[in-house]
Design a protein around this ligand. Sequence first.
Ligand code: NDP
Length: 347
Amino acid sequence: MSLSVNRYWTLADKPVPAWPAAETFELREGPIPAPGPGQALTRTIYVSLDPYQWGYKRRGVEPKGAPCHARTVSQVVESHIDGLEAGDFVFNTNGWAAYGLMGDGIARPAYMVPRKLDPARGKLSHAVGVLGMLGLTAYAGMILQCDPQPGDTVVVSAASGGVGQIAGQLARLKGARVVGIAGKSEKCRFVTEDLGFDACVSHLSPTFADDLKAACPAGVDVYFENVGGAVFEAVLPLFNPGARMTICGLIAHYGDAADANAGAAEKAAAEARGVRVQNLFVGDYVESHHDAFLADMAPWVAEGKVRYLEDIREGLETVPAAFAEMLKGGNFGKMLVRVGDDPTLRA
Ligand code: NDP
């Protein structure tokens, strides 16, 4: 491969299936873009793989032929942007690509706007995780929306994943009793032994609903929903009067038809039991709470009060398989792919 060649994954030119497979994506080559005035060329270090990216593809948000969207951590190669120099690290959205431009003029929601990173603030990869959009999601949903109190029983689904592991630990910091729901037994062990949740039950068990009931003898006061579907149905009968539920995500529905009104059934069923249900969109909290979130979360992570597991795969070639695995529980921790050298790991 020549050094002047960019490589990127794009959606293959065929109907988008309910869930991705190897043939859903195509690896393409093209010229490395040349930065113009007000632009910077960046090389991608970490590609963040997130469930919402599948929703983009199912709903046809991404133009066919363009690099698949993703939040990234990158290093500046050449800059024509004031205040940004070659060698600087940035959060940006290069997508599933080895290189990309900053300053492309595309309007983005606040949590996607490119920014310079301070490597002294924490690991570079954390900028797309616990110290970035995922951390703010957990913080907004758990602390701001659900407001867990000492003595509350809090349930978190997808508990070992990127958002879930943080959300549960935040509820523990607030003095609540926290019960996780996860898949394989090693994930459940990690959630209790490493993250300090009080219990964790597997939704893969044939006795899942009974196991959850036994783990919540005082009922459920707060439910942080990442999954929906059958997992939600096991939580539903356990809600206490005055319970709160945040719908953070509904990954079980992300393969539904594009016009499915995902989440409406869960919301209506919980409200019928008197639960206060709030939808969560992290973008609503960026302007108002990002700085307060970072001031809390950065020291919590540095001091080990919030632990954070990443599942980092290697190489641009692995991106589609890693993405498909993550949607079906194959990740163990927040899923990322390292597609370029991270020089801070040698420091
Ligand atoms: P995760 O790291 O949690 O990965 C997804 C996990 O979901 C899998 O590992 C698997 O865990 C679990 N899962 C997948 N399918 C099912 C199923 N059918 N039933 C039960 N569990 C399932 O991803 P993230 O932390 O990145 O995202 C978690 C949620 O947060 C997603 O719904 C996402 O869309 C949402 N989100 C919402 C935001 C907002 O603004 N509201 C912002 C960011 C994320 P296991 O093996 O344990 O089953």
